[in-house]
Design a protein around this ligand. Sequence first.
Ligand code: NDP
Length: 330
Amino acid sequence: AREIHLKSRPAGLPGADNFQLVERSLPAPAAGQLLVKTLFMSVDPYMRGRMTDRPSYIAPFEIGQPLEGSAVGIVEQSAHPEFKAGDMVSHFSGWRDHVLVDAATANKIDTSKAPAEAWLGPLGIPGHTAYVGLLRIAGLKAGETVFVSAAAGAVGSMAVQIAKLKGARVVASVGSEEKARWVKELGADAIINYRTAGDLTEALKKAAPEGIDVYFDNVGGDHLRAALEAAKPRARFAICGMISGYNDEKPVPGPDNLAAMVIKSISMRGFLVLDHFDILPEFIADMAGWLADGRVTYRDTVVSGLENAPQAFIGLFSGDNLGKMLVKLD
Ligand code: NDP
């Protein structure tokens, strides 16, 4: 098997030298295990947090050990009665082309609903996160205006479409003209290219002259500041992620206008999708239906080869991906 290990802990933006490709042979699966050949693996912004040695909601990656994350693959050998060779599964032991997986942590995926890789995107954690953040955390209602940052990413592109399905007006921010065109196709009503827009707060106020009711935050930093300025009284903020700060070597002070929370009675609520598995069946039923009738569409950015997974991961921080960033294994 070929595996990507964490070689050293990055300082700031990770580089190729923080990763190492390692080859090893795997024994046959022990009782309760599956030998899985990985077809697609996910690279996600949150993985940056696990590369730093500090307490969090999930343990840090260990130096000299394989990285892990969501992946989909095909069972080659099974030592568990509920799985057989040929089953397609999702699992959490990505960054490896072959891996022994504890069957209790693998889930069979239904590739009649959507191709295997869609279980890492619209039907996987990104879709689930957008659904929970908008509907459960922010309680988005028809007729409201929602601002979505990193709107052409895996989570953001789902949030834009779910918000439109629910009858909201969507203001989206993205980092390129190509992404702006795509989120327009997805239904966004106003789009800000934050790299060319100049003052983001002014651009957002112009795009949402009456203010925003909901902010779906993927970025933090200047985007959060702008959303606080543009918020209507009693706006709700679903804090999903803050990618603009993930490579900071020291924590930076928060937005200088946080007092807007008091003045406008804004509620801001962070969430982890991991705490919302109870809603998974409802989400899968809704999303599979939306994909089937074409009301939700998706795109992936696919990087080929396990050896290129570190570069795919690093590319998340410069916006190399349109839709979900995936690595396709040979
Ligand atoms: P994306 O597919 O959105 O990829 C990251 C995108 O972020 C890039 O494509 C880039 O797009 C944008 N970006 C990167 N750096 C910056 C920056 N400094 N300022 C503005 N935009 C930036 O990743 P995901 O959809 O997987 O994740 C999106 C967010 O959701 C992340 O913050 C992630 O941590 C969070 N998340 C949270 C979960 C939870 O349970 N709370 C679960 C899953 C994800 P562009 O070209 O537009 O800049």
